[in-house]
Design a protein around this ligand. Sequence first.
Ligand code: BDR
Ligand code: CA
Length: 296
Amino acid sequence: MDPGIDDAVALSVLLNNKNCQVELITTVAGNVTVDKTTKNALKIANFFNSEVPLAAGASQPLVKAFEDAARIHGESGMEGYDFPEGNSHLLKQPAVEAWHDVLNKTEKKITLILTGSYTNFALWYREYPEDVLKIERVIVMGGSLSGGNMTSAAEFNVFTDPEAAKILLSSNLSVTMIGLDVTLKALVDRDWIQKVAALNESGKMLAALISHYNDWHADGWPIHDVNTVAYLLHPEFYSSKKLWVDIATDGPAIGETVADIRAAYHQGRTNATVATDIDADAFRNWLKQEISSMTR
Ligand code: BDR
Ligand code: CA
């Protein structure tokens, strides 16, 4: 993850939901530098007294030059709430080694949730290809079936590291992609934010962060990354299609996710389940409920 305001909301839900056992949190450069995304992830983990280990990951995309999104998430990447700092659970190991260790030790299969660029995934996959046997599936926020937020073609997470996205989609793992075209359908407005702020201290903290999110659309804010967790826990909120998806790694459409919607060229072969629609009211109600049952 690259917290990032919407990443912070997603992590808060995961750390509090009793049905989720979070094994490891890793950070990557994205919305801001990896030093900052790591500090931000630690702030959320400390806020909830989490014991989940955290490891810092890639500071650069595989090939492309790094460009942040501080204009959207603020200079620190998570403006709006005064968190005490702390780094009690920061591992010395880099993210890729920490992934490898967790996957080696676990008996169970693991779900990977990627809410930043997929650079850590690509580095780990190249280094430890045999680890894929321990992966149940991968759920990512990123890409889009139409339109982008970095360029008219490209969504930020895929645009940040298109080569890594290409590696993910060639991995033969079960990948679910929840793209911008869907996350933009589930906005939260000022009224929702006010209700959330009144719930508890977690609601106050999350409402403060979202209010500082410079990603306002006509009726409210998207909280893109939370959709990965919503999909994990409530796939029934979403419609989806199995498609072949490829990535433009060069040229004017760099970072575009190109889906074979007609299923013609690839003759029915698919490499991803792609979300196509969302029940936005169900998503908003669920998220409010999750926040109301948080431990603080
Ligand atoms: C994605 O880009 C980042 O700015 C957000 O955190 C989200 O992961 C949305 O395009
Ligand atoms: Ca993110």
